[in-house]
Design a protein around this ligand. Sequence first.
Ligand code: CO
Length: 134
Amino acid sequence: MIGKLNHVAIVVPDLTTAATLYSDILGGSVSVPTPLPEHGVTTIFIELPNTKIELLEPLGDTSPIAKFLDNNPSGGMHHLCYEVEDILAARDKLIASGSRVLGDGNPKNGAHGKPVLFLHPKDFCGTLIELEQI
Ligand code: CO
């Protein structure tokens, strides 16, 4: 069911500092910041030859990553995003197998304007998983 690793997401306390680190120190190809109010985050993507890194900074007072940053003040690895061909079929199969889909279970448009869902980390080895329909 899962395909390519689309991205690894890292929550950071300061997007500008993190973007400079990835561009100037690590020599990565860094995008401009994109606010995603529906997700309560601002994102920057770093394009790598085989995948992407997503840098996430909280946006707004009710950001879902605010608590993560409270617990990890210097930032940390937040989720892995796997590509799927049919997100609704994937969701139904996961629910049938007893896995928990976060939120109301309906895909939202993600950072690439494509439908995404998140799966409960306790069901997947302690790792928050995002599925993105390609
Ligand atoms: Co993501």
